[in-house]
Design a binder for this molecule. Sequence first.
Ligand SMILES: O=C(O)CCC(=O)C(=O)O
Ligand SMILES: [Fe+2]
Length: 295
Amino acid sequence: MAGLTRVTSAAALDDVVEILERDGAVIVEDFADPEVLDALWADLGPSLDTDQFSDNWYDGLRTRRVSSLFARTTRLTPVVTHPVFLGAARALMQKPRPMWIGRSRQEMTPSIQISTTQLIQIHEGQGKMPLHRDDALHLRPHPGPTTRVQLMVAMSEFTADNGGTLVIPGSHHWDDERAPRTSEAIPTEMPPGGGLIWVGGVYHGGGKNVTATPRTGLTIALDLGNLRQEENQYLAVPREMVLAYPREVQELLGYDRCPPGLGWVEMHDPDIALQDEETRRQAGLVVGGALADAR
Ligand SMILES: O=C(O)CCC(=O)C(=O)O
Ligand SMILES: [Fe+2]
């Protein structure tokens, strides 16, 4: 069976979007530089130094998962803003929607947001994860518009034997009646630093690891801004860690209004919560647990 389509970071965005529309998945061979990978291992690796595994069959009883990644490192900017990943996510999801407001015909373009972040380490003895669609979290019907674009960066090599993510190309076009079969799935094989990008409607799942070496991946999902985040970034990432990131990443973490008007606080865009104490107080935000003087 032919493998998944492969490109490099230099690929034209239009080509990547076309592959994602056709196959629902693509491998970017050189997604993360070795320095980026080293920095992420330094910040995040220690959280995998435990003998704990996930506590349920679906997540994997021989799989370690670490979440809240933006609370654990300030070095995810080149990953989440990678032009191929973020560019494809924007192209596939930020489609203008027409609407009437009174007699004025307007177009609103939704925002996108970070929805889930995890390190996933599959150990020897872990079997295949059930094939699933991640956008099923939003109970949405298929086929339909793309509402999630997800990334898996290989923190270690991904092979067919060590649990490289299984993907059924084209399955985002299927309806909700057709069941996924393992025989249709292709393993993701990529070097450390490689990136698998897939759309939320594609059937996929972690593979079986029959080797003695764990397989480690770092996943970030971007969802349409009018959906609830899978992982609650407002609770997961402390304000001071959000402040350590550039504006574009802050917006992706949810400090942005999804047009026409989702996510406001005290009638302001939510990034008001990242301003200095005086500005927040004047805006009417509750600061330090007390009602602001402005009330
Ligand atoms: O670990 C993997 O390769 C995929 C995991 C996955 O699909 C999930 O956790 O939803
Ligand atoms: Fe998944």
